[in-house]
Design a binder for this molecule. Structure first.
Ligand code: SF4
Ligand code: SF4
Length: 261
C-alpha cells in the first residue's frame, strides 16, 4: 500500500527529471524548486461541507465524496517557484518574463504532476482523480467548484492571506494541485485554527500591487483580474500572470514573523 512519503518521493523525482520543468528558450529557466510540500485531509473532513457555505465558497463547491464516492483522502501539494522566477519578479509594476513562463509553462508541470500522481495511485490498485482536470470542473465568476487553495488549507498546508493566497511554510509564491483518492492516508493535523493565522497583516503586499487591489480589507478581484488579463495577457498572450503580491514580501518564502508596525 502506498504511503504519503512514497508519493512525495516519486513526485519530487518526477519533477526533477521532467523536461517540462526547464524552458530552453529562456536559458534553461527552471520553473519549480525540487522540494514539494504535501498535505492530506480525510475525504470525510466536515470542512469540505463547510466550504459550501455562501460566505466561504458557496453551494456550488463539490465535496470529495461527490467527486468520487470511494474517496478516502484528499492529497494536496504546493510547488514553489524557483529562485530565478521569484527574484526576477522583484521589480515594481510589471511581471517579469520569467514569472509569466512560471505561471503558464509552470502550470503544464503542475497538470503533468497531478496526472502522474493519479496514475501512480491507480497502478497501485486505488482510484484517483484530479478535480481540476475533471470534465465536471467549472469556473463560476472568480471561483470554481473545487478550490485548490481550500483543499490545501484542509490538508494542513497553510492559511489564507490578505492577498488571497495561501501562506505555507515555504511561503506563498507558488501554485497548488490536488488529488482525490480511495487510498486511506493518514490526514495531517492542521497546525492552525484561524484561516488567516500566518498572515501578519504587515501590508507589504499593498504597494507591490500594480492594480492597487489589496488593502487591509483584503483583495478585490476585479482590478487584479483586469491587470492580469486585460493588460498583461493582452500584451503577452498566451502568457499572463503577475505575482507581485507574493514576491519581495515577508510571506514569499515562509511563514512571516510578527509585523513591524
Ligand atoms: S505581505 Fe504581509 S499582509 Fe501581505 S499577505 Fe504577506 S504577510 Fe499578509
Ligand atoms: S496578482 Fe498582481 S494585480 Fe493581482 S493582487 Fe497580486 S499584485 Fe495585485
Amino acid at each position: 500500500m502506498l504511503k504519503l512519503e512514497d508519493i512525495v518521493r516519486v513526485s519530487e523525482d518526477y519533477v526533477k527529471a521532467s523536461s517540462l520543468n526547464f524552458v530552453e528558450e529562456m536559458e534553461n529557466l527552471q520553473l519549480w524548486e525540487n522540494t514539494i510540500l504535501f498535505g492530506v485531509a480525510s475525504a470525510d473532513d466536515p470542512i469540505f461541507e463547510d466550504y459550501k457555505k455562501p460566505e466561504i465558497i458557496g453551494p456550488h463547491h463539490i465535496s470529495p465524496k461527490e467527486w468520487m464516492p470511494e474517496a478516502q483522502s484528499v492529497i494536496s501539494f504546493f510547488l514553489h517557484y524557483s529562485d530565478r522566477v521569484r527574484k526576477t519578479n522583484y521589480s515594481p509594476d510589471y511581471p517579469s518574463t520569467e514569472w509569466l513562463y512560471g505561471r503558464i509553462e509552470g502550470d503544464y508541470v503542475n497538470i503533468a504532476l497531478r496526472k502522474y500522481i493519479c496514475e501512480t495511485l491507480i497502478e497501485s490498485g486505488e482510484k484517483a482523480i484530479s478535480p481540476s482536470d475533471d470534465p465536471r470542473w467549472l469556473r463560476l465568476g472568480f471561483n470554481s467548484n473545487w478550490s485548490e487553495r481550500h483543499a490545501a488549507y484542509a490538508a494542513g498546508l497553510g492559511t489564507f492571506s490578505l492577498s488571497r493566497h495561501l501562506i505555507t511554510k515555504k511561503g506563498s509564491a507558488g501554485r497548488f494541485g490536488s488529488i482525490i483518492t480511495s487510498a486511506k492516508l493518514e490526514p495531517i493535523k492542521r497546525p492552525y485554527t484561524d484561516p488567516f493565522e500566518y498572515c501578519n497583516k504587515c501590508g507589504a503586499c499593498f504597494p507591490r500591487c500594480p492594480a492597487q487591489a489589496i488593502t487591509e480589507k483584503g483583495k478585490e478581484q476585479e482590478p487584479c483580474s483586469h491587470f492580469v488579463h486585460g493588460i498583461v495577457e493582452v500584451e503577452n498572450a498566451p502568457r499572463f500572470g503577475c505575482g507581485k503580491c507574493t514576491t519581495k514580501v515577508p510571506c514569499e518564502n515562509g511563514i512571516p514573523g510578527p509585523a513591524n508596525k
